[in-house]
Write a protein that binds this ligand. Structure first.
Ligand SMILES: Nc1ncnc2c1ncn2[C@@H]1O[C@H](COP(=O)(O)OP(=O)(O)OP(=O)(O)O)[C@@H](O)[C@H]1O
Ligand SMILES: Cc1ncc(CO)c(N)n1
Length: 275
């Protein structure tokens, strides 16, 4: 039998299915990687915003993680919304014990409409605990600004931020996502081995971008689970995410979700299938 690649996401939930754990699992599935999940926080949210958050007790997060790794060992791990400092410390310990597994750290701080998923005072802890362990960290502009405390206005700033995140915070590599800037959707990748790389995709004129970041980091995780080299993994994930945004879904009353099966629709006429 061929190898079964296994990816584990450790994150919060989105009951409308567009972001968080649900987006990660859909992405893993589309990329033919067996998906597993450890839930850190239950989030009552939809495409318009976050209504309430219920954190899973620390001990139970630990039990979920142990249950997974004792049985189906992941080929790559991703973290998304990790809201409390004690959760970060627990995961720091766990990830330190599994350093051989590629680790994608998506430093989730807020939902698309700006609602916070991580309190401001906890952000320094994320910088100290999880970011240094990352094979790759995937901040958007606001998250990168927070991580290294600098303002980012353009691609030059993104490049400076990317280099600083690796050199000052200790992550192995970074991709700073330019989704919130204008013009083409340019992201900046940096690792000490490869130097700076720009990832470019045409910007899709849509507001339906709920969960783009989760989808992108989950796609990187899935590619790493398959043993694909880092820069190649990021480039493949960028193409997958661009397709998911090209074919994003006009559902819900706010920022609609990306379309995880978008990569299967290339070459077909029309966009925004559904309603
Ligand atoms: N309108 C768009 N057209 C094409 N690509 C986009 C668009 N918006 C975002 N992207 C791409 O999607 C990926 C995710 O970036 P983004 O900055 O949206 O992440 P994010 O803010 O963390 O998302 P979220 O918080 O909703 O999960 C990046 O590769 C970015 O360039
Ligand atoms: C649980 C969760 N993680 C991440 C995001 C960011 O898209 C979100 N909205 N919800």
């Amino acid at each position: 039998m061929s190898t079964i690649y296994r990816a584990l996401t450790i994150a919060g939930t989105d009951p409308t299915g567009g972001a968080g754990i649900q987006a990660d699992l859909k992405t893993f599935q589309e990329l033919e990687v067996y998906g597993m999940s450890v839930i850190t926080s239950l989030v009552a949210q939809n495409t318009t915003g976050v209504r309430a958050i219920h954190h899973v007790p620390l001990e139970f997060i630990d039990q979920q993680f142990q249950a997974v790794v004792d049985d189906i060992y992941p080929s790559a791990i991703k973290t998304g919304m990790i809201a409390l400092p004690e959760m970060m410390e627990l995961l720091q310990q766990q990830l330190n014990s599994h350093k051989n597994v590629p680790y994608v750290c998506d430093p989730v701080m807020m939902a698309k409409n700006g609602d916070p998923l991580l309190e401001k005072h906890v952000r320094a802890k994320l910088r100290e605990t999880l970011v240094p362990l990352a094979t790759i960290v995937t901040p958007n502009i606001a998250e990168a600004e927070d991580l290294i405390d600098m303002q980012i206005d353009d691609i030059d700033d993104m490049e400076k931020a990317a280099i600083r995140i690796v050199k000052e915070l200790g992550a192995q590599s970074v991709v700073v996502k330019g989704g919130s800037l204008t013009g083409d959707a340019v992201d900046v990748f940096y690792s000490r081995e490869t130097g700076l790389f720009k990832l470019d995709a045409p910007r899709t004129d849509t507001k339906h971008t709920h969960g783009t970041g989760c989808t992108f980091s989950a796609a990187i995780c899935a590619q790493l689970a398959k043993g694909i080299a880092l820069l190649d993994a990021v480039q493949k994930a960028k193409a997958f995410t661009a397709d998911a945004i090209t074919w994003s879904l006009q559902i819900g009353n706010g920022y609609g979700p990306t379309n995880h099966w978008g990569h299967r629709l290339n070459g077909l006429p029309g966009k925004n299938v559904n309603q």
